[in-house]
Design a protein around this ligand. Structure first.
Ligand code: 4AD
Ligand code: MG
Length: 445
C-alpha cells in the first residue's frame, strides 16, 4: 500500500502529474528572489526548472532563514504543493513547505558562474560547472536525441551495430593526423574512422554501422575541428554511390525531424530558428564537384567570393559557406577529384580523375557534416593505391583480403555527431556540442 500522507519524490519534468499534491524535489538552487515576506527560489533538478514560493508565515523561521541566505548552486531537497500557474515557465509553481539543505555553497567561495555573462575562455575552463546552465543542458539533451535518432534510424532498417577498434595499426584518413600510442613494443594509433573495419563486418552482415570516438591530430583551430569526436558510420554491401547519397539524405532528415518532434522545447530554449529546420526534408539537391566549381567561379565574378577557385582544389570554409547559402536544405556534392580524396575511394569509371564520393554540406554555413564514398573494389587497383599513398602494405593485408575473398561494390559514409549538433543547434563553435571538448590546446577539465 502506498502511504498517501508522505510526499512522493518526483522530478520537475513529471510535476504536472502531481497538481494539488505535496511532492519532494531533489536538486540545486538556481536562483533566488526576495520580495518582502516572500522568497522565490528557482530550483533545478536536471529534468527542469521550477519556481518555489515561501511565505514567511507558512514555514518555520528556521526554514525561512536558511532559504533567505541560500547561495547559488547549494544542493537542496524541497517539499511543497504543486500549483498550476499559467504565468510560470513550465506551467507550475511549488508552494514550499520545507527545504533541507544538503550542501551549502560557502559565501566565501561562491559558485563561479553567476547568471550574468561570462567570456567563453572562462566558461571552458569551468566546463564541469558550465554544463549545468539551462542552455548547455538543452544542447546536451539535443545531442543525446541526435545520437538516439541516428541509432534508431539504422536499427530500424536492418543494420547491425558493429564496434571497430580504437587502437589501430594504420591510418584510415591520411597519415598526417594520427595520434601515436605506444603499444607495448609496437607503434599503434588512435582510430581516425571505423570505416576499414566495418567494411569487413559489412561483408559478414550486409548492412552495418559503427558509432564511437574517433581522433584527428589536426593542428587546426577552426570552429569545426575537435581532436576527439564521435562518428556514426554506416557501411553497406553492394551499395553504389547513388545508394549512399539516398541513405545520407534520408538519415539527415530523419534526425532533424526527430529533434523537431521530441526536442522542440530545447530548440526554443537555445533560440533556434525552427522554420529553417522544418525545411530539411529529403530529397536534397545534388551537385557535382565540377558544377560546384562553376558556382564558385560565378560567385567570384559577382564579387561574392574573394578568391577565384580553381578546379582540383579542396573547398575551404568560405567556399562551402557560399555553396550552401544557395540552398535551404543540405546539399550533396559528389565526384570530387580523386587526387584530393582518400586512398580507398573508387574512381568513376566514366571519368577516373573523379572519385565516386559525396560530401554533404549543411545549410547556414555549417560546412561538411558527412563524408562518404563507394569503396575501391579491385584488389590490384587498391594495392597500387596503398603503395602510391606511401601506406605500409603489411598493415593493410587484411583490408586487401576483403577484395580477394568475394569482393563486391560497397560503400558508406561517416557523420561527425558534433558537426551535426552544431548545425542543428545553430552553435557558433563545436566546443559546446560535447560535454568535454578536446581541441588543440584544450585537455582540461
Ligand atoms: O570526411 P571524413 O574524414 O570521412 C571519414 O572518416 C570516412 N572514413 C567516413 C566513412 O566513409 N565511413 O569524416 C567524416 C565526418 C566529417 O564529415 C565530419 O562530420 C566529421 O566526420 N569530422 C570531424 N568532426 C569534428 N572534428 C574533426 N576534426 C572532424 N573531422 C571529420
Ligand atoms: Mg571529409
Amino acid at each position: 500500500m502506498t502511504d498517501n500522507r508522505k510526499p512522493s519524490v518526483t522530478t520537475i519534468s513529471e510535476i504536472g502529474k502531481h497538481e494539488g499534491q505535496s511532492v519532494t524535489i531533489r536538486g540545486w538552487l538556481y536562483n533566488l528572489r526576495e520580495s518582502g515576506k516572500l522568497l522565490f527560489p528557482i530550483i533545478r533538478d536536471g529534468s527542469g526548472f521550477i519556481q518555489g514560493v515561501l511565505h514567511k508565515a507558512g514555514v518555520s523561521q528556521e526554514v525561512f532563514d536558511s532559504v533567505k541566505n541560500l547561495t547559488q548552486e547549494s544542493s537542496v531537497i524541497v517539499t511543497g504543493t504543486v500549483r498550476a500557474d499559467k504565468r510560470a515557465k513550465g506551467g507550475y509553481e511549488l508552494d514550499v513547505q520545507n527545504v533541507e539543505v544538503i550542501e551549502r555553497v560557502p559565501e566565501s567561495d561562491p559558485y563561479p558562474i553567476s547568471l550574468k555573462d561570462h567570456g567563453v575562455e572562462f566558461l571552458m575552463e569551468n566546463r564541469h560547472l558550465w554544463v549545468r546552465s539551462p542552455r548547455q543542458v538543452a544542447i546536451l539533451r539535443l545531442r543525446a536525441e541526435i545520437i538516439k535518432a541516428a541509432r534508431d534510424f539504422f536499427d530500424e532498417r536492418g543494420f547491425t551495430l558493429t564496434d571497430p577498434p580504437i587502437l589501430t595499426p594504420a591510418a584510415c584518413e591520411g597519415t598526417t593526423t594520427l595520434f601515436e600510442v605506444d603499444y607495448f613494443d609496437d607503434q599503434a594509433y588512435l582510430t581516425q574512422s571505423g570505416q576499414l573495419y566495418i567494411e569487413a563486418t559489412a561483408m559478414a552482415l550486409g548492412k552495418v554501422y559503427s558509432f564511437g570516438p574517433t581522433f584527428r591530430a589536426e593542428k587546426s583551430k577552426t570552429r569545426r575541428h575537435l581532436t576527439e569526436f564521435w562518428m556514426v558510420e554506416p557501411e553497406v554491401a553492394y551499395a553504389q554511390l547513388d545508394d549512399i547519397m539516398e541513405l545520407a539524405e534520408n538519415f539527415i532528415s530523419f534526425i532533424v525531424q526527430r529533434c523537431l518532434k521530441n526536442r522542440r522545447a530545447e530548440l526554443e530554449t537555445i533560440g533556434r530558428d525552427i522554420s529553417k529546420l522544418e525545411k530539411v526534408v529529403a530529397p536534397f539537391p545534388r551537385l557535382s564537384y565540377d558544377d560546384a566549381v562553376k558556382m564558385l567561379q560565378e560567385g567570384h565574378a559577382k564579387g561574392a567570393l574573394e578568391n577565384k577557385f580553381e578546379w582540383g582544389g579542396d573547398f575551404g570554409s568560405p567556399d562551402e559557406t557560399y555553396i550552401s547559402s544557395q540552398f535551404d536544405k543540405p546539399v550533396m556534392i559528389h565526384r570530387y577529384p580523386t587526387a584530393i580524396k582518400a586512398f580507398y575511394m573508387e574512381p568513376d569509371p566514366q571519368s577516373p580523375k573523379h572519385a565516386l564520393c559525396v560530401d554533404v554540406l549543411a545549410p547556414e554555413g555549417y560546412g561538411e557534416i558527412i563524408g562518404g564514398s563507394q569503396r575501391m573494389g579491385s584488389y590490384d587497383a587498391l594495392r597500387k593505391r596503398i603503395q602510391e599513398h606511401g601506406l605500409p602494405e603489411e598493415a593493410f593485408k587484411w583490408y586487401l583480403d576483403l577484395r580477394k575473398f568475394g569482393g563486391v561494390p560497397h560503400g558508406g559514409f561517416g557523420m561527425g555527431i558534433e558537426r551535426a549538433v552544431a548545425w542543428i543547434c545553430s552553435l557558433e563553435h563545436v566546443r559546446e556540442t560535447i560535454p568535454f571538448a578536446r581541441m588543440l590546446n584544450k585537455i582540461y577539465p
